[in-house]
Design a protein around this ligand. Structure first.
Ligand SMILES: Nc1ncnc2c1ncn2[C@@H]1O[C@H](COP(=O)(O)OP(=O)(O)OP(=O)(O)O)[C@@H](O)[C@H]1O
Length: 339
């Protein structure tokens, strides 16, 4: 069931379009990531869902209820952002209980709920501590516990892990993902980190310049980008242009067999890991290693092929030196293409 439905949303600031014709359906119990570079409108969209700002045009529904003019406290969507804003003079317990106290919930019920959240967010032993006595990851979990205490329909997270170091970040990503599935809560998260988005989301909405360019599962958005600009965002660096005549792709790099029908203009797309080193043969592309960048688990090579540069990433057991002649293999029948 759709829990949030955004219909033709538009928003400008000072005559600058920040969100353009946004249409998005978020189903109950899903983890949806709004992904995009800095300034693409992610936070503006999230703030609009939370009720912190009004959109200029369009409708926002929670279920079948129109929320356009429903105030922030009546939306049942809670936002946790990177600033956390825990109350410094309150203990962990009191921070988590805050929203329930404000709603005048009975003391015994508050205690039960807080105990449950302490267990769930693995904060046992920290109940009486103040925020300045906690680590970044613990603070993060207290902020999420506080948000969950009022049992929101939707949890909104804005770059929640951006201030954490890499190891803690990975732990929190896994933790939040598992928690979301356990509680079956609808979660919308903003990030600019593609790895974070792909590893956590059920659905990814890629925002570029205020527009949703693709809304799909992590697998689909990575494997089957609908356009070059989506592919570019996920790091595609090899595009081969040409035409197809009688089952052969003709390009400046040579001719390659393909199952596709004749066409005047086609662009094949290859990620660096989709091209491999091999022996010289009929369909191979021959070139010379121009650059070699080592990054721990793999090496990124730039190969000079006539006037082109081809990027190939390879595990380190295949080690080539700058200046060495190499032969590359690319499977055009498995590649994504744009016509
Ligand atoms: N209150 C505001 N007044 C004027 N311009 C704003 C306001 N809020 C956001 N903007 C502009 O809207 C655009 C989108 O901002 P937004 O914060 O939504 O992007 P973002 O994708 O979340 O970026 P980041 O990842 O850097 O936070 C930016 O150009 C920003 O300068």
């Amino acid at each position: 069931m759709a829990i949030i439905y955004l219909k033709n949303i538009n928003k400008s600031y000072d005559n600058k379009v920040v969100l353009k014709d946004i249409n998005l359906i978020i189903n109950e119990g899903q983890l949806v990531v709004l992904l995009g570079p800095s300034g693409s409108g992610k936070t503006t969209l999230l703030h609009g869902i939370a009720g912190m700002i009004d959109f200029d045009q369009g409708d926002i529904f929670f279920g079948d209820q129109l929320m356009n003019h429903v105030s922030i406290d009546k939306r049942n969507a809670v936002l946790v952002d990177q600033n956390l804003l825990l109350f410094p003079h309150m203990t962990v317990e009191s921070n988590i209980a805050f929203g329930l106290k404000m709603r005048r919930v009975k003391k015994s019920v508050i205690k039960q709920k807080v105990d449950e959240l302490i267990r769930l967010l693995e904060l046992e032993g920290h109940e009486k501590k103040y925020p300045n006595e906690l680590s970044g990851g613990q603070m993060q979990r207290v902020a999420i516990a506080r948000a969950l205490a009022i049992e929101p329909e939707v949890l909104l997270l804005d770059e929640p892990f951006s201030k954490l170091d890499i190891m803690l970040r990975k732990n929190m990503q896994e933790f939040v993902r598992a928690l979301q599935k356990k509680l079956n809560i609808t979660l919308i998260m903003v990030t600019h980190d593609q790895e974070e988005a792909l590893s956590m989301a059920d659905q990814v909405a890629l925002l570029l310049y205020g527009e949703i360019k693709q809304y799909a599962s992590p697998n689909e958005i990575y494997e089957k980008p609908v356009s070059k600009e989506v592919a570019d965002f996920f790091g595609v660096r090899n595009y081969f242009e040409g035409k197809i005549i009688d089952g052969e792709f003709h390009s400046p790099l040579g001719r390659f067999s393909t199952h596709l029908s004749d066409c005047e203009k086609i662009t094949f797309m290859f990620r660096p890991e989709q091209i491999s080193f091999g022996e010289k043969q009929k369909d191979s592309i021959e070139g010379i290693v121009k650059r070699r960048v080592y990054s721990g688990d793999k090496v990124m090579y730039t190969i000079d092929v006539r006037d082109f540069e081809i990027y190939v990433s390879s595990f380190i057991h295949k080690d080539f030196k700058v200046g060495e002649e190499v032969a590359l293999q690319a499977n055009f029948d498995k590649a994504v293409y744009f016509i």
